[in-house]
Design a protein around this ligand. Structure first.
Ligand code: NDP
Length: 330
C-alpha cells in the first residue's frame, strides 16, 4: 500500500475535493514503467487541477493530480528502463488526463520519461519542474533565434513565479543582463539574488498604449504573463529580437498590432512543454544541469508534503507562490 492525494467528487457528483488515501498497485492505470515517486511540485496547471472543478483540465474522477514527478524505476517492461534508473516526467497531459505525480507510486508510459541527467538529483529536478523546464525551453528558443549576451537587457515577466525565477537564474548565469517584471515589490531582493539587474514594476507594463512602437528596450523576453503586458512588450523589443511566449498568468488575450513584426522584425516564439519531442527534452534537461546554478535553485525552493497541496493549489492560482515548491511525497 502507498499514499496518494486523490481528488474525488462529493456524493451528489458536484465539486471535487482532495484527500490523502491509501492505494495499492492494482489501483493504478496500466503503464510500462512503475516509478517510486520521490518528489513532485506545484505548477500553475496543478492549481487548476486541484480546484473543485478541475480547471477544465480534469475530466474523470477519482483523479491523482501532479503534472510532473521524479523518482526511481521500480519495474519496467520496456528495454529503455530498468529498476534503479532515475527518471523525470513532465507533460503528456499527465496529472490532467492521466493520473499524475501526487503519489508514492506511479505507472508511466516509457515514452513519457526522460532519464535524469548526470549531476541532478530527483529533488533538484522537481525544484526545476515543468515551470523550470519550460523556462529552459524558452531560453533555448531565444538562443536558436539569435539571442546572445551583450546586446542589452532581457526581460522576464512574472519574474517571481516559477517560470520567471528559473528563467532569471539561467539567463543571469549565461551572462545576460536581466530585467525582472514583478507585481510584488517585496520580491526585489529575491530576484536580485537570482541575478536580476533591474526590477521593473508590473504597473509600468500592464497598461495598454495606443502607440504600437515604443523605444527599443529589450534584447529578448521570456513572457509568463501574456495579455496586455505581452502586447505592450512587443512594441518595446529591439530590432530583430524575440519574445518567447510561455504563459497566460495575466490573460490569454493579445490586444496587439502587427506593427512590431513588420517594422522591427520582432519574433513571437510559442513555447509548449507538454508535447515537446524527446530529443529536445533531453537537450533541455542537460542544459538545466549545466546552466542553472544549483545554489540559486535551492534559494527558490519551499518544501511541502502531500497534505499541503490543496492550499498551495489555491495559492498559485492567486499568484501568491514565490519561486518553486518541492513536494516530498514520502
Ligand atoms: P506562477 O504562479 O509561479 O507564476 C506566475 C507569475 O506571474 C506570478 O508569480 C506573478 O509574478 C505573475 N502574475 C500573476 N498574475 C498576474 C497578472 N494578473 N498580471 C501580471 N502578472 C501576473 O506560475 P508558473 O511560473 O508556474 O507559470 C507561469 C505561466 O506559464 C502560467 O500561465 C502557466 O500556465 C504557464 N506555463 C506554460 C507552460 C507551457 O508549456 N507553455 C509550462 C509551464 C507553465 P510576480 O508576482 O513576479 O508579478
Amino acid at each position: 500500500m502507498f499514499n496518494a492525494l486523490v481528488m474525488d467528487k462529493d456524493e451528489d457528483g458536484g465539486l471535487a475535493s482532495a484527500s490523502v488515501k491509501q492505494l495499492s498497485l492494482e489501483d493504478l492505470p496500466q503503464g510500462e514503467v512503475t516509478v517510486a515517486v520521490e518528489y513532485s511540485t506545484v505548477n500553475y496547471k496543478d492549481g487548476l487541477c486541484l480546484s473543485p472543478k478541475g480547471g477544465g483540465l480534469v475530466r474523470t474522477y477519482p483523479h491523482i493530480p501532479g503534472i510532473d514527478y521524479a523518482g526511481t524505476v521500480e519495474a519496467s517492461s520496456d528495454d529503455r528502463y530498468k529498476p534503479g534508473d532515475k527518471v523525470v516526467l513532465t507533460g503528456w497531459r499527465v496529472g490532467e488526463a492521466h493520473w499524475g505525480g501526487y503519489t508514492q507510486k506511479a505507472n508511466a508510459r516509457a515514452d513519457w520519461l526522460v532519464p535524469l541527467p548526470e549531476g541532478l538529483s530527483s529533488r533538484q529536478a522537481m525544484a526545476v519542474g515543468t515551470a523550470g523546464f519550460t523556462a529552459m525551453l524558452a531560453v533555448m528558443a531565444l538562443e536558436d533565434h539569435g539571442m546572445t549576451p551583450g546586446h542589452g537587457p532581457v526581460l522576464v515577466t512574472g519574474a517571481a513565479g516559477g517560470v520567471g525565477s528559473v528563467a532569471t537564474a539561467i539567463l543571469a548565469n549565461l551572462g545576460y543582463e536581466v530585467a525582472a517584471v514583478t507585481g510584488r515589490p517585496e520580491t526585489g531582493d529575491y530576484l536580485k539574488s537570482l541575478g536580476a539587474t533591474t526590477i521593473v514594476p508590473r504597473e509600468e507594463l500592464n497598461e495598454t498604449t495606443k502607440r504600437p512602437l515604443e523605444s527599443e528596450s529589450w534584447a529578448g523576453c521570456v513572457d509568463a504573463v501574456g495579455g496586455e503586458m505581452l502586447a505592450r512588450v512587443l512594441g518595446q523589443m529591439k530590432y530583430g529580437a524575440s519574445v518567447a511566449a510561455v504563459g497566460l498568468a495575466g490573460g490569454a488575450g493579445l490586444p496587439a498590432t502587427v506593427i512590431p513584426f513588420l517594422l522591427r522584425g520582432v519574433n513571437l516564439l510559442g513555447i509548449d512543454s507538454v508535447m515537446q519531442p524527446y530529443d529536445n527534452r533531453l537537450r533541455a534537461w542537460q542544459r538545466i544541469a549545466t546552466d542553472l546554478p544549483m545554489e540559486k535553485l535551492d534559494a527558490m525552493v519551499h518544501p511541502a508534503t502531500l497534505g499541503d497541496l490543496p492550499q498551495l493549489g489555491a495559492d498559485i492560482l492567486k499568484g501568491q507562490v514565490k519561486g518553486r515548491v518541492v513536494v516530498d511525497v514520502n
